[in-house]
Design a protein around this ligand. Structure first.
Ligand SMILES: [Zn+2]
Length: 440
């Protein structure tokens, strides 16, 4: 079912328009009734990067960086570095881009993107950041003397390159079948709740559900505050009892690390021990308020999980006070960096309150790392490349300010109350593509 999507060429005039940022603001996208594209025929996805194009881009950037940027393969979509395999074939590489080492004497920032395969702009923004960090700019050099930055630009390459009816159809989910016997469990053991056996998602144009037919997981529920949780380390009957009970097999508990992707990303996290972890996502559409109809470009969050007790080990996890403060400072600086008068950039909101210990952000925050969730508006299939330049900047601008402030220590001067003052998520636009049943 994996195939290469056809290569389409942008008409020149359109390509030129997308290269400029000003028409983006002239676009009447903030009208409450029309910020999304209803007719999927009008959306061109062809300028998003395929997995092959991503690999080629990374190689090119590395070669041009004169040693500043190193590209490694941290694992594969089917093979994790701990030896865990979910298929015979190793699958797609999970690229890890390093600016600096895991040096305990430096500040360390870890960024991941596209954990949901249909959330493309994050990966594109990550490439923009790499380009900036591999330049000879003096300010960048000064940042990298103090801060190491590791980036995984696409941690769900299977969803990113999914096809449906012969066309590229990126999906939220990974490609993987629940095979309990391979984990030492009896074959009738219930799958983790975040598994979709039928390979279906709500259609992006709200035309029912799309059955693309490849089973898989929401990777962003497969993490666990117990970063070393491995099904195979526990007694099969204990794990099966947990999975077979709806009271415990749900979003209030950590995931099961059944995907090689989540295991790979976690192993990078454990090796790097970042001070700050940033995950890039996409969401639906909001306006700021009834009085302010600016379309919200990004929502941010510094907290996504409550204190947690691992039901298997009894170990308790909570976000330390100083970690929470740094999280708020990072998010506050990000919001501040986008304020430009009444422009759309500044129309930032907080992401709704959630308790999701099975997300990468939730699990890592409960392991002594400050976090920032950046939620870019729209999905690949709703906006396509519309507003892409502007949306990428709403990611790269805050990230770069965070790099600078971590390097010179000024991050600690920011009042964490500025985070609390960011407007709450509100005024969700009734958008046929919005999935109320799903969070980041
Ligand atoms: Zn997402």
């Amino acid at each position: 079912m994996k195939g290469k999507r056809p290569k389409l060429i942008w008409p020149t005039a359109l390509a030129l328009t997308l290269g400029l940022s000003s028409p983006v603001f002239a676009d009447p996208q903030s009208r409450p009734n029309g910020p999304y594209v209803e007719d999927s025929q009008n959306i061109s996805l062809s300028s998003f990067m395929s997995n092959e194009e991503l690999a080629a881009t990374l190689q090119k950037l590395e070669a041009a960086s004169q040693g500043k940027m190193k590209v490694e393969i941290a694992g594969y979509s089917n093979w994790a570095p701990d030896g865990y395999k979910t298929a015979e074939d190793k699958g797609y590489p999970l690229y890890l881009v390093k600016f600096g080492d895991a040096d305990p004497n430096k500040k360390r920032i870890f960024i991941t993107a596209q954990i949901h395969g249909n959330e493309q702009i994050g990966a594109e923004a990550a490439i923009d950041i790499m380009r900036k960090l591999s330049s000879n700019d003096q300010e960048v050099q000064n940042i990298l003397k103090k801060v190491s930055i590791w980036i995984m630009p696409r941690i769900n390459p299977e969803g990113a390159d999914n096809t449906y009816e012969g066309k590229w159809y990126p999906t939220r989910y990974t490609h993987q079948t629940w095979e309990p016997e391979k984990l030492g469990l009896s074959e009738d053991t219930a799958a983790p709740w975040y598994y979709r056996a039928d390979g279906s998602e709500r259609a992006q144009n709200n035309d029912g559900r799309v059955y693309y037919g490849i089973p898989g997981y929401d990777q962003n529920r497969d993490y666990n505050p117990n970063l070393n949780f491995r099904i195979e380390d526990y007694h099969p009957s204990d794990v099966a009892a947990f999975l077979n009970n709806k009271e415990t097999n749900n979003s209030l508990y950590g995931g099961f690390y059944v995907t090689a992707e989540a295991r790979t990303v976690t192993s990078v996290f454990q090796q790097f021990k970042p001070d700050v972890y940033i995950d890039l996502h996409h969401r639906g559409f909001n306006t700021v308020s009834d009085d302010d109809n600016r379309s919200v470009p990004v929502q941010l969050a510094a907290v996504v999980a409550d204190p947690y007790t691992d039901p298997f080990t009894g170990k308790h996890y909570e976000v330390d006070e100083d970690v929470l403060t740094l999280s708020k400072q990072v998010n506050a600086l990000a919001a501040q960096s986008l304020q430009r008068g009444q422009s759309h950039f500044g129309a930032v909101q907080k992401y709704p309150d959630v308790n999701l210990p099975g997300t990468a952000l939730g699990a890592f925050a409960l392991n002594d790392t400050a976090i920032m969730l950046i939620e870019i508006k729209g999905q690949s299939q709703t906006l396509g490349q519309k507003q892409s330049g502007m949306l990428r900047q709403t990611v790269t601008t805050p990230l770069y300010e965070v790099f600078k402030a971590m390097a010179d220590g000024s991050i600690h001067d920011i009042d964490p109350a500025l985070y609390d003052a960011i407007p709450e998520a509100d005024n969700r636009i009734s958008d046929p593509t919005t999935r109320d049943d799903q969070h980041f």
